[in-house]
Design a protein around this ligand. Structure first.
Ligand SMILES: Cc1cc2nc3c(=O)[nH]c(=O)nc-3n(C[C@H](O)[C@H](O)[C@H](O)COP(=O)(O)O)c2cc1C
Ligand SMILES: CCCCCCC(=O)C(=O)O
Length: 372
C-alpha cells in the first residue's frame, strides 16, 4: 500500500532499471547535501497552537500571479520518458488534476507546447494548472530567446532560470553506470534547433553566464523570472537589484556542489536578505506534509518536490503522480489542522523549533555537568 513518499520510492525501485533509479536518487560527490536536505527537515520540530476552532484549511496559494490549489509544486526534472512512455504528458495531467504548478524542465523529453496542450481542460472547472518553464541560459542568446518565446507562446506564466550549473555536478553514480546519454529514441525536445536542420543541441552548462545575462533576459520578457539555485544571501540581494521576481531556493537536490547546506537551513537567512521584496519557493528534501509546514512557517511561499514525482511516475505513471500529490495534500491538511492553522497563511516562524538540547544554562544541572 502506497501511504508515504518513501513507499513510492520502494515500489518504483522494483520496476526501474537500477541505472535509472541511480540517476534519480543520486547526487554530486559524496551526496552529503542529498542527505542533509532530508535530515534538516527531520531535525526541526513543530510547536502547535491549540483551541483555534479551524474546521477547514485553505491550501491554495497565488505566487507571482499563478494561482494553485496547493503550495506544493513540481520542481523541474529531466527525462520523464525514461520512466514511462508518455513522459511529461503524464506528469502534467496529474499536476493539473491536483491544481499544482508544474515547472517544465528545459531537458524534458516532451515539448512544452505538447505539455500545455495535455493540461488543457484537465483541471478543475476546465482550467489548466499553471505551467512554468525552467531554463539553463545558453550562451547562444538567439537560441535562448527562441526558447523564451516558445514557453511564452505555450502559455507558461513564469520562467525559472537555473543558475547553480556553471558546469554539471559530479554525478558519480551515473559515471560508474556509464549513464552519460539518453537512450536511442529519446531526446531533449527543447534542444532541437530548426536553424540547424533539426539538430539536437547539447545543453550548455556554461560558466560564461553572468548577471548581465539576467539583465538581458529581464529586457526580453515580461514574464516573472525566478532564479533557481542562488544560495548566498548576497546573491539573493543581487537578484532583487537585477529585477528578479522570485527565488527558487534550491541546491538542485544535492546534484551540483556537494556539501552546500540544506535549503531549509538557509531559508531564514535568505528570507531576511530579501526582506519580503520577492517570494521564495524552496525545494530539496520535502517528503512530508510536516516538511511543507516547516518551510512555509519559515518564510517560503511554496515548496517544490523533485525525486518524489520521479518515483511516483515510475511507479504508476499519471495515476502514480496523482496519488502522490493527493497523499501530500492530505498530509499537509492534517499537519495544518494539528498546528491549529486555518490555512497556509497562518504559518509563522514561532511554530518551528530547532532543538538545542540541553539548553546552555541547564547543562550544569545534568549529572556531573555533562553536556551530551
Ligand atoms: C532526476 C532529476 C532531474 C533533475 N532535472 C533538473 C532539471 O532539468 N533542471 C533543474 O533546474 N533541476 C533539475 N533537478 C533538480 C530539481 O529541480 C530539484 O531542485 C530537486 O530535485 C529538489 O530536491 P528533491 O529531489 O529532494 O525534492 C533534477 C533533479 C532530479 C532528481
Ligand atoms: C546534460 C543534460 C542535463 C540535464 C539536466 C538534468 C539535471 O539538471 C539533473 O540534475 O540531472
Amino acid at each position: 500500500m502506497l501511504m508515504t513518499v518513501q513507499d513510492f520510492e520502494t515500489a518504483a525501485r522494483t520496476r526501474l532499471d537500477p541505472v535509472h533509479a541511480d540517476f534519480i536518487a543520486g547526487g554530486a560527490g559524496d551526496e552529503i547535501t542529498v542527505r542533509a536536505n532530508e535530515e534538516a527537515f527531520r531535525r526541526l520540530r513543530l510547536l502547535p497552537r491549540v483551541l483555534r476552532g479551524n474546521t477547514e484549511r485553505a491550501l491554495d496559494i497565488t505566487v507571482l500571479g499563478s494561482r494553485a490549489r496547493t503550495p506544493i509544486l513540481l520542481s523541474p526534472t529531466a527525462f520523464h520518458k525514461l520512466l514511462v512512455e508518455e513522459g511529461e504528458l503524464a506528469t502534467a495531467r496529474a499536476a493539473t488534476a491536483a491544481g499544482a504548478i508544474m515547472i517544465v524542465s528545459m531537458a524534458s523529453t516532451v515539448a512544452v507546447e505538447d505539455i500545455a496542450e495535455a493540461t488543457r481542460g484537465a483541471g478543475e472547472g476546465g482550467d489548466p494548472a499553471p505551467l512554468w518553464f525552467q531554463l539553463y541560459l545558453q550562451p547562444d542568446l538567439e537560441f535562448t530567446r527562441s526558447l523564451v518565446r516558445r514557453a511564452t507562446d505555450a502559455g507558461c506564466t513564469a520562467l525559472v532560470v537555473t543558475v547553480d550549473s556553471p558546469v554539471r555536478g559530479a554525478h558519480e553514480r551515473d559515471v560508474r553506470n556509464g549513464f552519460l546519454d539518453l537512450p536511442d529514441g529519446l531526446r531533449c525536445e527543447h534542444m532541437v534547433d530548426p536553424r540547424e536542420g533539426g539538430r539536437v543541441r547539447p545543453i550548455a552548462m556554461s560558466a560564461e553566464i553572468t548577471w548581465t545575462h539576467i539583465d538581458w533576459l529581464r529586457g526580453i520578457t515580461s514574464l516573472p523570472i525566478l532564479l533557481k539555485g542562488a544560495l548566498h544571501p548576497e546573491d539573493a540581494r543581487l537578484a532583487v537589484r537585477h529585477g528578479v521576481d522570485g527565488l527558487l531556493l534550491s541546491n538542485h537536490g544535492g546534484r551540483q556542489l556537494d556539501t552546500v547546506p540544506a535549503t531549509v537551513e538557509l531559508l531564514p537567512e535568505i528570507h531576511a536578505a530579501v526582506a519580503g521584496r520577492i517570494p521564495i519557493v524552496l525545494d530539496g528534501g520535502v517528503r512530508r506534509g510536516t516538511d511543507v509546514v516547516k518551510a512555509l512557517a519559515l518564510g517560503a511561499s511554496a515548496v517544490g518536490i523533485g525525486r518524489p514525482v520521479m518515483w511516483a511516475l515510475a511507479e504508476g505513471g499519471e495515476k502514480g503522480v496523482r496519488r502522490l500529490l493527493e497523499l501530500l495534500r492530505e498530509e499537509l491538511d492534517q499537519a495544518l489542522a494539528l498546528c491549529g492553522a486555518a490555512g497556509v497563511q497562518d504559518l509563522t516562524p514561532d511554530l518551528v523549533r530547532a532543538p538545542v538540547w540541553p539548553p546552555a544554562d541547564a547543562s550544569a544541572a545534568l549529572p556531573g555537568g555533562v553536556v551530551s
